[in-house]
Design a protein around this ligand. Structure first.
Ligand code: ZN
Length: 240
């Protein structure tokens, strides 16, 4: 099966549209590691699309925050303002969809989807030490995760951990466990503002990272016109 894997779309329709255009014809099913909404100005368009097109999804912390499933006190001010705005504009059907999204890990074939980490949906796996910390708890050979907005892949075996180069197709070897983040569609934080995503061919066991350029100015204008905090627009161009 050939999968398109997206994560952290954050209501950025223009970025998502560019990914779908670029990926067209190259996958059979769509997987999402969470955070459909929050930050961006097109939550209904993105959730409408997800309801129709995403085959398997886990919830993200912003999905929870925007529907009242989590208190927002640990969100920063801009994230909190955007969560309140999102909750107010979401249609009833989209609120209902976000409210019932499953907590990870969710099983797909022999691999798993999570938002944060295999142990805690809200935990950030940012540094090597974070990834090493969950190594002893994996019960599948491959986990796809999101949350950090960094497009990265790690290979683990016993006590050893290696961060892979992850710039082109990457063949997964048996006997290892892998933790793979497709990156964020809307808001990458590696100083490359293009939308990040990945493909996974589960038959060939090859994962391929990808980037798609999109019309950032249009996404920024949507955020500013909605009255959302300007920094949420500005950061899109910086890739931070
Ligand atoms: Zn996110």
């Amino acid at each position: 099966m050939r999968y398109l894997i997206v994560s952290d779309i954050h209501a950025n329709w223009h970025a998502l549209e560019a990914v779908l255009r670029q990926a067209s014809g190259q996958y059979e099913r769509i997987l999402c590691c969470g955070d459909l909404v929050g930050y961006g100005a097109d939550p209904n368009r993105v959730v409408d699309w997800a309801r129709e097109n995403v085959d398997v999804i886990v919830r993200g912390n912003h999905d929870k925050g925007c529907v009242g499933l989590d208190d927002l006190e640990w969100f920063n001010t801009a994230a909190r303002q955007s969560a309140h705005w999102t909750q107010a504009v979401l249609t009833d059907a989209n609120l209902a969809y976000l409210t019932q999204l499953p907590q990870g890990p969710v099983v797909v074939e022999d691999f798993r989807l999570v938002h944060g980490s295999p142990l805690d949906e809200d935990e950030y796996l940012i540094g090597d030490a974070d990834v090493a910390g969950v190594a002893g708890y994996l019960d599948a050979p491959v986990y796809f995760f999101g949350h950090t907005h960094f497009q990265r892949a790690y290979r683990l075996s016993g006590g050893s951990l290696r961060r892979l180069e992850f710039e082109g197709p990457c063949a997964l070897e048996s006997g290892f466990a892998y933790l793979i983040n497709p990156g964020s569609v809307s808001q990458p934080r590696d100083h490359d503002p293009r939308a990040a995503y990945a493909y996974y061919d589960s038959t060939a066991r090859v994962v391929t990272p990808a980037r798609a350029a999109y019309d950032i100015e249009k996404a920024q204008a949507r955020i500013l016109n909605a009255g959302l905090p300007p920094l949420l627009a500005h950061r899109l161009a910086r890739g931070t």
